[in-house]
Design a protein around this ligand. Structure first.
Ligand code: 3PG
Length: 306
């Protein structure tokens, strides 16, 4: 009997877990979980005899994969798979998948929530501003950005985007695509970052784009801290006291922020973007179904390490 492990340092909502378990058991597989674990050795011990692994942002490195001697597939229940060593998996013949789009609305709602929190002066009692009529710049145009666009439009925002790979999708819905990242940052009152932590996106939010920010601009990061050049971010925060930065996960330079930029930033204590029952259910059930389709039909539609 095949054995599927759900290993989540940050557990799924209970209702999501129940639904994942149902899919796995209906296929006739064994279901097991490892939640809120505190050491890598627990994870390594748990993968020893499993055929498939479902994770969230849990680190699946070469050591974990080496310990997972029976594993044929790892599914990252979510979008970003920078936590999985895809090459090491490929070398071992292990298929890696993600579940694109399944938690996008949850992340988008958080991005808008952070934008409101920032523009309303962090609910501090100070008079703030409103999003209606302001320009939102989407840095990237994947599933999350498209949901942010839908919500922002309903709020009466003007939306522009910089994207290299989804230009026609953006243009098809009437979005203005800027010629450069610099132009996006120059024209936006609120910038929302939606690019993955790989390739040219790594540290792409650098001084050359940040220096273009409009007076009083707000930067929202619900993507990954690695897409921001943190030294440059600290530099612009220092030079431009009008800039605010809100992020779903603390940057490595959080101590500098605490010391110097009080009242101009907010970091979630843990990555919260996909932390809703709905997103957990969508991503978790999709992961379980993808595992069943892989074993039963050889379906590799969502493989990311081909
Ligand atoms: C993702 O990449 O899907 C999001 O960042 C959510 O990550 P999480 O599952 O760790 O909350």
């Amino acid at each position: 009997m095949k054995k599927v492990l759900v290993a989540t340092d940050k557990p799924f909502a209970p209702e999501a877990k129940n639904k994942i378990e149902k899919v796995i058991r209906k296929a006739g597989y064994q279901f097991t979980t490892l939640e809120s674990y505190t050491s890598k050795s627990e994870f390594i011990a748990a993968v020893a005899d499993v055929d498939a692994i479902i994770v969230r942002s849990d680190i699946v490195d070469a050591e974990v994969l080496e310990a997972a001697q029976n594993a044929k597939i790892v599914v990252r229940a979510g979008s970003g798979y920078d936590n999985v060593d895809c090459q090491a998996a490929r070398e071992r013949g292990i298929v890696v998948m993600n579940t694109p789009g399944q938690n996008a609305n949850a992340v988008a709602e958080l991005a808008i929530g952070l934008a409101i929190y920032g523009i309303r002066e962090f609910f501090s009692g100070k008079s703030g501003g409103e999003l209606r009529g302001r320009t939102l710049g989407l840095h990237g145009f994947g599933y999350v950005a498209r949901n942010v666009f839908r919500i922002a439009r309903a709020l009466g925002m003007k939306v522009i985007v910089f994207t290299r790979y989804s230009k026609s999708a953006a243009a098809a819905i009437g979005l203005k695509v800027t010629d450069s990242l610099e132009e996006l940052y120059r024209k936006s009152d609120v910038v929302s970052i939606h690019v993955p932590a790989r390739g040219e996106h790594l540290r792409s939010v650098s001084y050359s784009v940040l220096q273009e920010l409009k007076k009083g601009a707000i930067v929202i990061n619900t993507a990954r801290k690695e897409v921001v050049n943190e030294a440059d971010l600290c530099r612009i925060m220092e030079e431009r006291p009008d800039i605010r930065y809100l992020s779903d996960i603390e940057p490595d330079c959080k101590a500098v922020f605490a010391e110097k930029f009080s009242g101009r930033y907010y970091f979630t204590p843990k990555k919260m973007g996909a932390q809703t029952a709905e997103a957990n259910t969508n991503a978790g059930v999709a992961a379980a179904e993808q595992i069943v389709a892989f074993f039963e039909k050889g379906n590799v539609e969502f493989q990311v390490n081909k």
